[in-house]
Ligand binder design. Structure first.
Ligand SMILES: Cc1ncc(COP(=O)(O)O)c(C=O)c1O
Ligand SMILES: N[C@@H](CCCC[NH3+])C(=O)O
Length: 433
């Protein structure tokens, strides 16, 4: 059982986050409940920014990869902290804009942006379109022609780097649906093609090699390959990039044995590679973008559940069912993801049982933690699952017509509701009899 550093235990033996007693939170807002530690998020954002200032003279911008947790309040925090945002759909873009986010600082991603989405993005003057393929360039060019605008584009490049992460979240290799590869010449061809389109301005290159990565080596290798490619298009096409976007992917601690390096180290090392490679190849040092998602919000969040059925199948397994599950956290069923948990109302008890914490959906794979080492859990206990801030709410579903949980942000002992709990009415609001 591992309790992240930003959590503590109070005199009632209750788990505390952002100065708030989690048992009180569960009482006031109900369960399941997503709880986000606002100060922790802001501190992580500042750490990224400060490192960029220290190691790359501030010549860059941190973009919040909002797919990790896309809510209006999250865009507000990112904006207040001076970050840009990476959005990947019309829906994320709409949410960001509705929160008042500066469209100039929005980078629009996606491997299959629709015509409508691109028209929306260009109409709203998003800062950059990160172009995935040649078809998309044609659409962007056509929309710009119609609107009398110019779009600034980056190209999503597959640098051919193995990120050593789960197959489903590995994206830098040639066999990936995202972007164009360097190794088969497609990347070169797309830059050449873009040059021929009159309503585009080539701003630079982008890569993203995967997610939940612990080793710095793949990031450094990707940066090197991207600068080599920048040199090639400069020499052979006369295209000089002004921006290099290195994506996100930085891993976080979900369980005790996870050991992510500090992001300061990551930015320091990658900056060194860029400086050296640019100097050697006579390339102008590009404006750098980084797109962390998980590492900004992942370990800032916990989910509170109420334990219900406890089923001890002698000599087989003990199951504790909670009032949520794969609907609010599908990461076990998708990736076999591992989590740690505590009993919020008896936080300091010794973990001397092995139990499987499962959800209430009609799927045997609806598990949150398999074989968790926990103190004895009784019906009615509040179970707090750690590090659920990223890719939980954003990937939540209404499977089995469960209502998506509420989300509160906590800070200095105060909680503020930022996403309301869905109601049965919400579930049927688009149904037609
Ligand atoms: C293009 C792009 N940028 C950034 C991210 C954020 O990744 P992470 O949450 O692992 O930092 C992703 C998701 O993997 C992505 O696809
Ligand atoms: N959703 C994934 C990561 C994919 C990141 C987006 N490309 C996860 O929960 O780990």
């Amino acid at each position: 059982m591992f309790i992240p550093k930003n959590l503590s235990v109070n005199e009632k033996n209750h788990l505390v986050i952002g100065g708030c007693d989690t048992v009180d939170l569960a009482k006031e807002y109900g369960t399941p409940l997503y709880v986000m530690d606002e100060e922790h998020i802001r501190t992580a954002m500042r750490a990224y920014k400060n490192s960029l200032n220290s190691f790359y003279s501030g010549n860059g911008l941190i973009l919040y990869a909002s797919k990790a947790l896309s809510t209006m309040y999250m865009y507000k925090i990112a904006s207040e902290e001076g970050l840009g945002a990476d959005v990947v759909s019309g829906g994320e873009l709409y949410t960001a804009l509705k929160s008042g986010f500066d469209s100039e600082k929005i980078y629009f991603h996606g491997n299959n942006k629709t015509y409508d989405e691109l028209e929306f993005a260009i109409g709203e003057n998003v800062g950059r379109i990160v172009a995935d393929n040649a078809r998309e360039l044609d659409i962007v060019n056509e929309i710009c022609e119609k609107k009398g605008k110019t779009a600034k584009v980056l190209f999503r490049i597959k640098p051919g780097v193995d990120a050593h992460t789960h197959e489903f979240i590995s994206t830098g290799q040639i066999d990936s649906k995202f972007g164009v590869a360097i190794e088969n010449g497609e990347a070169f061809e797309i830059v050449k093609y873009a040059k021929s389109l009159k309503n585009l301005e080539i701003a630079g290159l982008h890569c993203h090699i995967g997610s939940q990565i612990f080793s710095l080596e793949p990031f450094k290798l990707a940066a090197k390959i991207m600068i080599e490619f920048a040199e090639k298009i400069k020499n052979e096409l006369g295209v000089e990039i002004s921006e290099l976007n290195l994506g996100g992917g930085f891993g976080i601690k979900y369980i005790e044995s996870d050991t992510p390096p500090e992001y300061e180290k990551y930015i320091e090392e990658v900056s060194k590679v860029i400086k050296t490679e640019c100097a050697e190849r006579n390339i102008k040092m590009p404006f750098i973008l980084m797109e962390p998602g998980r590492s900004l919000v992942g370990d800032a969040g916990i989910t509170l559940y109420t334990a219900g059925t406890v089923k001890d199948i002698k000599n087989v397994r003990k199951y504790v069912s909670v009032d949520g599950g794969m609907g609010d956290n599908p990461r076990y069923i998708l990736y076999g993801a591992e989590y740690d948990a505590a009993i919020a109302n008896r936080a300091n008890e010794t973990a001397d049982e092995v139990v499987t914490i499962c959800g209430k959906c009609c799927e045997s794979g609806d598990i949150i933690i398999k074989d968790a080492k926990m103190p004895k859990i009784n019906s009615g206990d509040i179970v707090a699952v750690m590090s659920t801030g990223a890719y939980n709410y954003s990937m939540a579903s209404n499977y089995n017509r469960l209502c998506r949980p509420a989300m509160v942000f906590v800070k200095n002992g105060k909680a503020s509701l930022k996403v309301k709990r869905e109601t049965y009415e919400d579930l049927i609001k688009n149904d037609i009899l």
